[in-house]
Design a protein around this ligand. Structure first.
Ligand SMILES: [Zn+2]
Length: 323
């Protein structure tokens, strides 16, 4: 009797493991979008963007370099499930090398979840940059030992100047997934749980340059009307979690961001599985966590009706976003 029970239990466990492995490996095939891959920048005067995974992007005009988020550690499943993550200095060094610059004027943090803010202080320290972000991001910086004098909390709607760039933080909302909401109210010292990196304020960045303008959304959320006074030639659009939301929400997000900014170019960001290091090929998130195919289908349809060019970033290669 006992033997049969144990046998049945083992069979059940095996089935559960197979189901989990199936779910984990069921992902959008990113090679489907290879025809959308943007050309590598050829050296003519331009503002370039280099995508480095999630919503980490280097923006440069050749003189001044800005980096959003600066997240390179990308902790694996084991560390996440154990609830103990911290910046990995080796991966941060590799990430900065992939960015191809050694000085960055400012690391601009879009919100304080770990996949945005965790490595930002170390990246700013290594590149002589300022850390710019919400009061919660300031606590991530202080917890890592960054001096308060190198941290800037932006006034929403008021541009900050870095070289020829004018960077405006616009208050937005996070995609409503309900995880790690709230604020970080004291210095956050890693190792910490991923849930300790509470969202804080969520921003969309508007970056103006004499050559043109771009906007960067790190999370697929919005405040109605938030971008009414802005336009952008190019939008780097965060689509993390978007494809798993209802159709009406997806339409609202695209209308609030792309409908308002009326860009000529759109490049999606934040669709990659950030439990894998950048040294492995980029893969989409498992579909049961984030339906990337649905978000991409929406974008392809919007590109036709709103006539913008939809392009994909090649990882770690500069792309002209404003010419
Ligand atoms: Zn987030």
């Amino acid at each position: 009797m006992l033997r049969r029970l144990l046998g049945a239990l083992a069979a059940l466990l095996l089935l559960a493991a197979i189901a989990l492995a199936y779910l984990w490996n069921d992902r959008a095939d990113l090679s489907e979008y290879d025809e959308l891959l943007a050309e590598r920048w050829n050296g003519w005067p331009a503002v370039t963007a280099t995508w480095l995974g999630v919503s980490t992007v280097l923006i440069s005009d050749g003189e001044t370099h800005l980096l959003t988020d600066g997240f390179f550690t990308r902790p694996g499943l084991t560390a996440l499930l154990r609830g103990e993550i911290s910046p990995r200095l080796d991966r941060i060094a590799e990430g900065i090398e992939l960015a191809g610059v050694d000085r960055i004027a400012a690391v601009l943090v879009l919100h304080s979840h770990y996949d945005h803010a965790m490595d930002a202080p170390e990246v700013a320290l290594r590149t002589d940059g300022l850390l710019v972000g919400s009061p919660s991001t300031e606590q991530v910086g202080l917890g890592w030992g960054m001096p308060a004098s190198r941290i800037v909390i932006p006034e929403p709607g008021v541009p900050l100047d870095f070289g020829d760039f004018a960077v405006t933080f616009i208050e937005s909302q996070h995609l409503p997934h309900g995880m790690a909401m709230g604020t970080i109210d004291q210095p956050l010292e890693p190792p910490a749980s991923p849930f300790d990196y509470k969202v804080g304020k969520t921003y969309i960045l508007h970056i103006k340059h004499p050559r043109g303008s771009l906007a960067i959304a790190g999370s697929a959320g919005f405040v109605p009307g938030m971008l009414a006074d802005y336009r952008a030639d190019t939008v780097l659009l965060g689509i993390g979690g978007l494809g798993s939301m209802e159709e009406s929400y997806r339409a609202d997000y695209l209308r609030e961001v792309l409908g308002a900014l009326r860009p000529s170019n759109v490049l999606p960001i934040h669709y990659d599985d950030f439990t894998r290091p950048l040294s492995q090929p980029i893969a989409a998130m498992p579909t049961f966590l984030d339906d990337v195919e649905t978000a991409m289908a929406d974008l392809q349809a919007a590109a036709t009706t709103s006539s913008f060019a939809l392009r994909m970033f090649p990882l770690g290669e500069p792309v002209a976003v404003v010419e």
